[in-house]
Design a binder for this molecule. Structure first.
Ligand code: 5GP
Ligand code: ZN
Length: 114
């Protein structure tokens, strides 16, 4: 847990979030500022600053997060497809420095992203 991290506060229950998904390693909840009809955030319960800070010891956790995103997409019935995004660092547009996946769906996505 990192004391000034908003996502650690969500894990701890200090900031409310509608946990649409939870298991021993991660939680999923709606983004407070959705960019698509379905926009969920999936985070590890462990504080990892970013994808760039993930270590070899996190390999199975990283796979677990992607598998959770696939489960969530099925639960949300995103049958036509979806996008999983991991913004990383300043150039990646990361604003919350606790590793997270965005699961976006319910509309056609554009490429290249902005
Ligand atoms: P990033 O820009 O770091 O990839 O994504 C962080 C995301 O977290 C943003 O889309 C932002 O809307 C979302 N967010 C920031 N604070 C909160 C919060 O307190 N609750 C929820 N549900 N989402 C948040
Ligand atoms: Zn954190």
């Amino acid at each position: 847990m990192s004391a000034d991290c908003v996502f650690c506060k969500i894990v701890a229950g200090e900031i409310p979030a509608n946990r649409v998904f939870e298991d021993q390693l991660c939680i999923g909840f709606p983004d407070i500022n959705p960019q698509a009809p379905t926009h969920l955030i999936i985070i590890p319960k462990e504080h990892i600053v970013s994808q760039a800070r993930a270590l070899a010891e996190h390999k199975s956790l990283l796979g677990h997060l992607l598998a959770a995103a696939a489960d969530l997409a099925r639960l949300q019935k995103l049958d036509k497809g979806y996008r999983v995004v991991v913004n990383t660092g300043d150039d990646g547009g990361q604003t919350v420095h606790h590793l997270h996946l965005h699961l976006l769906g319910g509309r056609t996505m554009h490429w290249p992203p902005g």
